[in-house]
Design a protein around this ligand. Structure first.
Ligand code: PBE
Length: 299
């Protein structure tokens, strides 16, 4: 008799509990699979990075072309963007970030690019090595190495993941260079060692560029250079090479992402060609989110 009472009482309690829990999640919009349209769930915010990044300009064009006038692109930094992504991801909350590949975030989180039917973000592109005019005459060895520097997405990812896991960028780069002496030998082929010549390589604190620039820094150091890695914003990076205060950078995302910088300083730098092919930029969301296209942000 007692048992029966218990189960009669339990059934409604459990049902009520489930309903309450389900509706709470939906109304607060914290669950990525909520039926509520995406805008209010993320306060109509796209989490951006540093204002000088090409992806910021591209995202502004996306907001314009897709008529997302009630959306805001939030400025910050690469590190702030990945921190916000991690925070949302750990709680399975919705978030939209400016994203690019290669990037370690795709190996740490389950993410997807939003489709871009208008093609505003452009197709795949390449990362170019950019030297100041006159580098070939002044530092022929460094010029040869920068010209021959070329690696794969998986190489860059190896270094990025080490750094994300807490390794100091210089140490992570050192380890990669030591483990990949065959690749490094191709880059240094035909280049003579030097005796403490000074060279300054510019870069922006994007995870991709922190990895690549530290690797090339180690290689140049091994060849005898006194290397300075100078962290700047994107505009000053291109301007620095154009004016000659920086000897080079290996962070030219072309033809689209850095198109404005490349045309602004046309003739004032030497494009040494691509060091990595098949990069991509776009809007990135966790896979648990129930949207697939930039068009879905309009609803
Ligand atoms: N990025 C990474 C840069 C280029 C390298 C995509 C953030 C940019 O948007 O300019």
């Amino acid at each position: 008799m007692k048992k029966k009472w218990m189960s009669l009482l339990l059934v409604p309690a459990v049902t009520f509990g489930l309903v309450a829990c389900g509706s709470d999640t939906n109304s607060s919009g914290e669950d990525g699979s909520s039926n509520e349209s995406i805008g209010p769930q993320v306060d109509h915010e796209i989490i951006g990075i540093d204002p000088g990044a090409g992806i910021m300009k591209a995202t502004a064009s996306v907001i314009d072309e897709y008529e997302l006038s009630d959306w805001t692109l939030v400025e910050g930094s690469g590190a702030a963007m990945t921190a916000a992504l991690k925070k949302a991801y750990d709680k399975e909350e919705p978030i939209i970030v400016t994203g690019w590949s290669p990037h370690w975030k795709f190996s740490k989180f389950d993410l997807k690019y939003l489709e871009d039917p208008k093609g505003t973000f452009g197709d795949e592109e390449n990362i170019h090595s950019i030297a100041r005019n006159g580098l070939a005459e002044d530092h022929p060895s460094a010029y040869a190495i920068l010209d021959q520097f070329h690696w794969e997405e998986s190489d860059m990812n190896d270094v990025m993941v080490q750094i994300t896991d807490g390794e100091d960028p210089e140490t992570a780069a050192r380890a990669w260079v030591d483990e990949n002496s065959d690749k490094v030998a191709e880059w240094t082929s035909g280049a003579d060692e030097v005796d403490g010549d000074q060279i300054t390589i510019g870069y922006v604190a994007w995870d991709t560029e922190i990895a690549s620039t530290n690797v090339i820094g180690q290689v140049l150091q091994d060849m005898g250079y006194d290397v300075t890695l100078s962290q700047v914003e994107a505009g000053p990076m291109w301007a620095g090479v154009a004016e000659g205060s920086l000897d080079a950078h290996i962070a030219g995302w072309l033809p689209l992402t850095h198109a404005d910088y490349a045309s602004q300083f046309e003739g004032q730098f030497e494009d040494l060609g691509s060091n990595l092919e098949g990069t991509k930029i776009g809007l990135v969301v966790p896979s648990y989110m129930d949207i697939s296209s930039i068009e879905d942000l309009k609803e």
